[in-house]
Design a protein around this ligand. Structure first.
Ligand code: G3I
Length: 350
C-alpha cells in the first residue's frame, strides 16, 4: 500500500524532475539524513561501503537509519567481481544488493571502465575486437544479474585528465575515445532501466576538465548514446571547495542530464591520532552544507552519496599522510558537526 502510494505520488507530481525510486521507504525527515533528503519524495542520501563493514555491530544501525542509497565501495569493481575471465565472485555485491532490498534502499553500481582495479587479463589485451568482447561479457554478466536491482551505474569512471584530454587506459588506448559510447550502449542494452553515468573528480567547478566532459556529453547525447547522468565525485579538501559547484552542475543539467554527488568526503589536517580540531571541523561542516545545498538547488541532482560515513572506514588516511577526519561520523560512530550541518541543510532545503 505504501509502495503504491509512493508510485501514485510520483505520478502526480510532474513538476518534479526528481522522484526517488519507489523502493526508498518513507523515513522521518526530522531525525535522519535519508528522511530529510526524501522530503517531497525528491532525493536519496547514500553511503559507499563494503559488505564486511557490517561485521561491526555499530555499522548497520546507522547505515539502515540514515541512508537510502548504497554504492559498493569496491565489490562491483572488475578486479573483485571477475578476477579471471568468466569466473565471477558475487559474494560482496550480492550482500549489498540484498541489504538494499531489505531496507528499501537503492543501489548505485560502480564501475565498468576504469584505469584502476582492472585485472591484467583485461589490461593486457591489445586487440580491439577481443577487448570489446570481454567488455560485453563483463557488462552483460553484471547487469544480467543485477539489472533489475540497480538505480544507476557508473559505467565510465574517471575518463579524463585534469587538462580535459582522455586519460590513458586500456580502454582509450585500444578502443579510442569511442570506448565510452561502446560501453554505454552495451550497458543500456543489458539493463534499459538503469541510469548510466560518467563519474569523475575535479569536475565540480567550471574548469578545463568539466568543460571538456560537457562537450563529450553533448556529443554523445547528440548521437543518441544512452547517457543519463554525470557523477561529481566530490573528494574535497576543507576550505578549498570550488566556488562554482552550481555553475558546473548546470553545464550538464542544461543538457538534460542528472548530476549526482557520488563520493563526497572532505579531508582536513589531523593530529597524530587522526583527529582534526574544533575550528577545522566547523569549517568542514560548513563545506558539507555547501555541497549539499548545491545539489538541493538543482532540480536534476537526484541525491548525495558520501564515500563512507565514518572516519573508521575512510580511504583518506592511507593515501594522504596527515589528513583525514573526512567523514560525517568519527572513529567511535559519533556524529560530528558535519553530520548536523548536512542534516540541517537537507531539512531546510527545497
Ligand atoms: O582486497 C584486498 C585485500 O585482499 C588485501 O589484503 C588488502 C591489502 O592492502 O588490499 C585489499 O584491496 C584494497 C581494496 O581497496 C579493498 O579494500 C586495495 O589495496 C585498496 O587499494 C583499495 O582501495 C580502494 C581504492 O578505490 C582503489 O583505487 C578504496 O577502498 C576505495 O575507497 C577507492 O574508491 C575510489 C573510487 O572507486 C573511485 N573514485 C576515487 C575513490 C577513492 O580513491
Amino acid at each position: 500500500m505504501v509502495q503504491l502510494q509512493l508510485h501514485l505520488l510520483a505520478a502526480l507530481l510532474p513538476a518534479l524532475a526528481l522522484a526517488i525510486p519507489s523502493p526508498v521507504a518513507p523515513r522521518s525527515p526530522a531525525t535522519n539524513l535519508a528522511g530529510a533528503a526524501s522530503k517531497d519524495n525528491k532525493r536519496y542520501f547514500g553511503d559507499a561501503y563494503q559488505s564486511f563493514y557490517l561485521a561491526d555491530p555499530r555499522y548497520g544501525p546507522i547505515l539502515d537509519s540514515q541512508f537510502s542509497a548504497y554504492t559498493p565501495e569496491n565489490e562491483m569493481k572488475w578486479e573483485v567481481i571477475e578476477p579471471t575471465r568468466g569466473v565471477f565472485n558475487w559474494t560482496g555485491s550480492d550482500l549489498i544488493v540484498a541489504h538494499a532490498k531489505k531496507t528499501h534502499s537503492i543501489v548505485r553500481g560502480h564501475n565498468f571502465c576504469w584505469d584502476s582495479q582492472t585485472p591484467s587479463y583485461v589490461t593486457s589485451i591489445t586487440d580491439p575486437t577481443e577487448l570489446t568482447q570481454v567488455l560485453e561479457e563483463h557488462i552483460n554478466a553484471v547487469l544480467g544479474r543485477y539489472g533489475n536491482d540497480l538505480y544507476a551505474f557508473d559505467v565510465i569512471n574517471e575518463p579524463l585528465n585534469d587538462n580535459g584530454t582522455i586519460k590513458s587506459s586500456v580502454w582509450s588506448n585500444v578502443l579510442g575515445e569511442n570506448y565510452i559510447e561502446t560501453a554505454l550502449t552495451i550497458a543500456h542494452k543489458a539493463a534499459p532501466n538503469v541510469k548510466l553515468y560518467i563519474n569523475d573528480y575535479n569536475i565540480e567547478g567550471v574548469n578545463s576538465k568539466s568543460q571538456a566532459l560537457a562537450t563529450i556529453a553533448k556529443n554523445l547525447l547528440d548521437k543518441g548514446v544512452p547517457l543519463h547522468g554525470i557523477g561529481f565525485e566530490s573528494h574535497f579538501i576543507g576550505g578549498e571547495l570550488p566556488g562554482d559547484i552550481s555553475q558546473s552542475m548546470k553545464q550538464f543539467t542544461d543538457l538534460g542530464l542528472d548530476v549526482a554527488i557520488t563520493e563526497l568526503d572532505i579531508r582536513v589536517p589531523v593530529d597524530s591520532s587522526g583527529i582534526a580540531n574544533a575550528t577545522v571541523r566547523k569549517l568542514q561542516a560548513d563545506n558539507y552544507a555547501t555541497v549539499v545545498q548545491a545539489c538541493l538547488d538543482n532540480g536534476n541532482c537526484p541525491g548525495v552519496t558520501v564515500w563512507g560515513f565514518d572516519d573508521g572506514h575512510s580511504w583518506i588516511p592511507g593515501v594522504f599522510a596527515g589528513q583525514g577526519d573526512a567523514n560525517l561520523y568519527d572513529f567511535n560512530y559519533q556524529p560530528k558537526p558535519a553530520y548536523y550541518s548536512t542534516l540541517a541543510a537537507l531539512q531546510n532545503g527545497k
